[in-house]
Write a protein that binds this ligand. Structure first.
Ligand SMILES: O=c1[nH]c(=O)c2[nH]c(=O)[nH]c2[nH]1
Length: 320
């Protein structure tokens, strides 16, 4: 073989590790269901170039470590913290592994409301999958500067949050030329499946000792109750939904920008906010051939949902 090619990038690991974890506080039970991807980089080139498996931590072992940490981690109920624990364990356990990339996708399990003495209350151990929405956390745990100088870069957010509004959405003044067939509308259905990602400033992770593996101390920036775990996910979701609902939308682009600026304004630790918003089209059905009017904006009542194609509006808004 000639020397005209070289291995320019290599990363491997386990994908779609599915785990359900139950945490029991007496009769009050918590559950999280995660899809975990854990990928590694380091001195692993020879496994590709020389079939040298001596540098390979088997992806099967990576799966086993994921389940082990799901069992022993005190952070398992918070995906940001669980991802950091797993990534930090992977880079500190193996000398030749310098970076871990952990993605945790959390599926929804909400408590089922049941009648109680003072009205509806949440059931202690029965849950419902109320929607396809996922909470998504990505942690890059970087020990390439030394095992005693681990840097974590975390982003989080949500995906597949499906929303729709029936007015206060317009789209006018766009480029008109020979390719234009779309009519200007001052009233239309707006629907999207929200994909939101926000990033935090990097933080340094104290090197865990062997004895420490099971405990794993979270840096103060990401201590329980900080913006890293419960505050931001709740707040960013709320701001996103409220802005979608209340904004008098001139376009998906303009509404996206408003959402992102509000998330940044309300969360000091967030550095960038990115959305990917498909514009899921609903087309008024033309019933003119029956003598039935259904095309006038704000009066149309029957729409055809169009699965594909959709618009796709994306942007990242960053703190100055
Ligand atoms: O909000 C919108 N943004 C667009 O860029 C676009 N393009 C289009 O055909 N409809 C819409 N709607």
């Amino acid at each position: 073989m000639s020397d005209a090619s070289f291995l320019s990038h290599a990363r491997y690991g386990k994908d779609k590790v599915r785990v359900l974890r139950v945490v029991r506080e007496g009769k009050w039970h918590h559950v999280v269901e995660y899809n975990v991807q854990a990928m590694l980089e380091g001195d692993i080139e020879t496994s590709y170039t020389e079939a040298d498996n001596s540098v390979v931590v088997a992806t099967d072992s990576i799966k086993n470590i994921t389940y082990y940490l799901a069992k022993i981690s005190p952070h398992v109920l918070v995906p940001e913290r669980f991802a950091l624990h797993l990534g930090t364990h992977l880079v500190s356990k193996y000398a030749h592994i310098h970076k871990a990339f952990v993605t945790v996708e959390q599926l929804r399990w909400s408590r089922i409301p049941v009648p109680g003495a003072q009205g509806p209350q949440e059931h202690p151990h029965a849950f419902i999958r109320d929607g396809d929405e996922k909470r998504i956390v990505r942690a890059e745990v970087d020990a390439s500067g030394g095992k005693d100088k681990i840097i974590a870069r975390v982003s989080a957010g949500l995906s597949d949050l499906l929303v729709l509004k029936t007015t206060e959405s317009a789209f006018t003044n766009f480029v008109r030329d020979k390719y234009t067939t779309l009519k200007e509308v001052d009233d239309r259905i707006l629907s999207t499946s929200i994909d939101l990602t926000y990033t935090f400033s990097p933080v340094e992770i104290p090197q865990p000792t062997d004895a420490d593996v099971e405990q794993f101390t979270i840096p103060t920036e990401i201590a329980p109750g900080s913006v890293w775990d419960t505050a931001v996910p709740t707040n960013a979701r709320k701001v996103t939904l409220e802005t979608f609902a209340s904004d008098n939308s001139d376009s998906v682009q303009a509404t996206l920008f408003r959402m992102a600026r509000l998330v940044l304004a309300q969360n000091a630790h967030v550095q960038t906010v990115a959305y990917a918003l498909p514009n899921k089209h609903y087309i008024p059905v033309d019933m003119g051939y029956l003598g039935v009017e259904n095309l006038v904006p704000a009066q149309a009542e029957v729409f055809m949902p169009i699965a594909a194609p959709s618009g796709l509006i994306t942007a990242t808004v960053s703190r100055k």
